[in-house]
Design a protein around this ligand. Structure first.
Ligand SMILES: [Ca+2]
Ligand SMILES: [Ca+2]
Length: 217
């Protein structure tokens, strides 16, 4: 009996610590190719070196230019109000393939940045010939600054990454409330199975269980 109590107590405390430690940080990664909407000419393409073997882009060679059409959109459930940063795993070959437009509602307005060309939403992507992480910034006329988003309420959010220049490649989006600009400290990562579970609030779960119990009587 005593042993049982001890085991139960230990598990309970462990669970409590886990809950407390988890509530202080949020992180989630999503595959770009798993976007809820992929608007042409943005397409999914294969690459063995990409997470999940796929990425999204508007097909093009370096120096082609073009752009301004196509986007991917993600419906992201945020369970805790807070301030968030986004990182993208990207390849940007050159100066003609190194930008996107980024809006994350409701922190950002419902604005079509491809039409308005609002530099608040212009992401100047770090150039690289290999998959690398770049924190999503805004490339203003007066300089480039890391962005952060204030999510005031828990719930559904809509993240749109829209094409500005063709050939810019997007593999993964990493969402975190760690606002450090230091990649080593944030340690953005590829998706893991836990990322695709629909987050459920503990209170909601309890409420559902009570509701069911009452209904059963
Ligand atoms: Ca450019
Ligand atoms: Ca991918």
């Amino acid at each position: 009996m005593r042993f049982k109590t001890f085991v139960f107590g230990t598990l309970f405390i462990f669970g409590l610590l886990l809950t407390v430690s988890m509530s202080y940080s949020y992180e989630r990664a999503v595959e770009a190719e798993a976007a809820d909407t992929i608007e042409a000419p943005m397409v999914v393409a294969d690459d063995d070196a990409a997470s999940g073997g796929q990425f999204v882009w508007v097909e093009g060679e370096p120096l082609t230019g073009g752009g301004g059409e196509g986007w991917v959109e993600f419906k992201l459930h945020i369970s805790e109000p807070g301030t968030y940063a986004l990182w993208g795993k990207v390849i940007a070959w050159d100066g003609n393939s190194d930008s996107f437009w980024v809006t994350w509602q409701p922190a950002d307005p419902d604005e079509n940045a491809q039409e308005t060309q609002n530099t608040e939403f212009r992401w100047g992507v770090a150039q690289s010939n290999e998959w690398s992480w770049d924190r999503i910034n805004h490339w203003l006329d007066g300089g480039t600054f890391e962005r952060e988003w204030e999510i005031a309420e828990a719930g559904e959010t809509t993240l749109r990454i829209a094409v500005r220049e063709d050939a810019c490649m997007l593999d993964v989006i990493y969402i975190t409330d760690n606002l450090s600009e230091d990649e080593a400290e944030v340690n953005p990562r590829d998706p893991i199975p836990e990322d695709s579970l629909t987050p459920v609030e503990p209170q909601d779960k309890l409420a559902t269980t009570w509701g069911r119990l009452k209904a059963d009587r």
